[in-house]
Design a protein around this ligand. Sequence first.
Ligand code: CMP
Length: 355
Amino acid sequence: MSPLPFSKISSPLNALLAATGLVAVAALTMPDVAERTRLILAVLLGGIWAVYVLQLIETLVMQRTRDVRDRMPAIVIDMLAVFVPLAAFLLVGSRDQSLCCAIWLLKPLRDSTFFRLMARVLTNEAHNLIGVTSIFGIVMFSAALAAYIIERDVQPDKFGSIPQAMWWAVVTLSTTGYGDEIPQSFAGRVLAGLVMMSGIGIFALWAGILATGFYEEVRRQDFVRNWQLVAAVPLFQKVGSAALIEIVRALRPRVVPAGAVICRKGDTGDQMFFIVEGRVIVATPNPVELGSGSFFGEMALISGEPRSATVSAATEVSLLSLYSVDFQMLSTSCPEIADIIRKTALERRGATPKA
Ligand code: CMP
């Protein structure tokens, strides 16, 4: 059964609808908006809600063949997007009804792979993040305690208790500095300087942990995807796992649309290509078609001569490219594969008449 065409909302359109709804919610909080405009905005919110009802039906009914665990985030978000505004319409006073449409803030999360990536990074780095957060807590409490001892007699209204001094500690540690609470004594100012510097260090640690976590996770995902692609090329199937890891790191995936030229006769060639899926046409005098598992572009890579023929995509083609420096690595770690590639290059050179 195909999904309802009007309920199959692509993720950019979904985000656009949510953004439009949220702008309408924000506009409705402005006191000087005319009654007519209010009515138009309310109808707009109703329209978006109706589209979300269709989307919920699609998620629940049309996609029921998909694993429920995969669909769960979408089901929860789609239900909240429909039932929270509905409950608000039925139960809440008219002034705040539209505010409940702010639940649509969750809608862009539904299709985003970024948030799934972020969840994985947070899970992987939880240990380190908790460590730095603990340091933040320790420094904050120590700063509040010290500020209380130093400033309580000078400014009892602002530093008269540790909870009061805690606000100053948070504002100073985050280097926000609202300026509503300022140490007056010399010792208090020295303390403020130290707290600010500690804050910069702690935030740098947080940023560093998250940046490294993202980098590692993206690399891991790329590795898994490349591994699956490399495993689909018969030439690599007999390679030992250590060499395969090197090959996976060296090969770069690329998808070329049908009709596009991949390499042109006469150009210099510093890379060769393995076909994972799809077909290419080699424009030799008797054109040759190469399919999944074949490779091309090896002649220029090995000989250093210009490309012998133009190669273009006959269908959309998924490729893995290997640069000449990595070919040297392949020659060392998998000499048998390098030999097959060299032998094929020689055979093709013999079969390709000089233009
Ligand atoms: P290269 O010369 O680097 O770029 C064009 C590629 O087309 C070439 O490497 C070979 O991989 C491929 N090619 C050239 N001639 C033939 C042929 N006769 N049969 C199959 N492939 C060829």
